[in-house]
Design a protein around this ligand. Sequence first.
Ligand code: NAD
Length: 408
Amino acid sequence: MSQTSFEIQQAAVIGAGTMGRGIVMCLANAGVSVQWVDNNPQMLEQALMAVAETYAHNVRQGRIDQAEADTRIARVSAAADYATIRNVDLVIEAVYENLELKQKIFRELDGLLKPEALLASNTSALDIDAIAAATRRPAQVLGLHFFSPAHIMKLLEIVRGAQTSPAALEAALALGKRMGKVSVVSGNCHGFIGNRMLHPYVLEARKMLLEGAYPQQVDSALQGFGFAMGPFRMYDVVGIDLEWRARELAGKGQDAPEVQIDNRLCEMGRFGQKSGNGYYHYEPGSRQAEHDPEVDALVLRVSEELGFQRRDIGPEEILERCLLALVNEGAKILQEGIAGSAHDIDLVYLNGYGFPAKKGGPMAWADHQGLADIHQRLLALETRQGDQWKPARLIGELAAQGRGFADR
Ligand code: NAD
């Protein structure tokens, strides 16, 4: 087998939750046969039914015919244990976000699978090198980070570990193409490209709630800019409780002022769309986010309890802080070589995070503003609000040369 001709014909997916279901369909749709493992047999049974129901829905909508649906369903089979999947070319793991659990699974699979098989994790943020270190085949280990719902969202972040081989990356890129994904290769860092940039963006949004804004104001400003969803509507869709539980489990981060509103919402059982209430209210069976005065009252109460002197925060400030937070982190990702180009970062934000297509992505938007201007604006924020706004070195360098991110 040549280095670049490794073609994935048979795959296995570990985990039959939200992500496993979408990933299985991506593979089946691309003509790859999939064996599916979950240590909870009931979960696997439900997941197989959910996949069949999605295909039946596609048939009802006229997207595929019954014969095609039957072919795709026939590609998917339940596997009782890891020994059953020993001949596959690729395993994609999508179990709970827990490093020790993922390492244990990778170690076990490494002992069973053929040497050339690839082992991928769908982790959202964990260290791919630490996962690879549990195996004797780190060159064959990588991240395949799908976005929810995986069979619909176009973006695939392919995470290159320190030892991931070019052949493994080629095979992953070829698979991404077969699945019709927009694939972007990312280096290994916490959150990779997309979620790493999301962190400071959301942090600004949360801080502004404490300083004087309300969720609907923040979301309206960003949606007015063209985002598919503002950050608080996004949290309602994803589930506010995911990060809350993760902080609880990790035993850290729960005391930060910025997460106090999230914490209160979760303590009230307001997890987002799935529980009918989150930052917004949802009528039964509806995904329409409705303004909820109770949430505004909670925001006011929490910020006053924390001693904030609230002030009016207009849409300009909301955009300035959220967008510049994205751009500054994007520039750091670029200067560290985590992303290969500014265009790759833009692809991530356009295809995975609802950044307005007309603006070309956060880095293209910054280029359009002019990096000298962006640099000045970051310095102004640094003066007013502190070190977190220190411009990335790359922005200063490019601004001094009169160049943009795209000119690198
Ligand atoms: P989930 O809780 O919906 O599903 C996890 C599944 O893993 C469950 O069915 C569980 O029974 C199974 N499982 C747990 N331990 C197992 C084991 N030892 N062996 C076999 N199966 C086991 O989780 P999810 O939302 O699908 O997330 C899965 C992974 O994908 C996580 O790493 C998460 O960070 C990542 N991810 C999630 C999203 C998202 O929006 N949900 C997006 C991108 C990536």
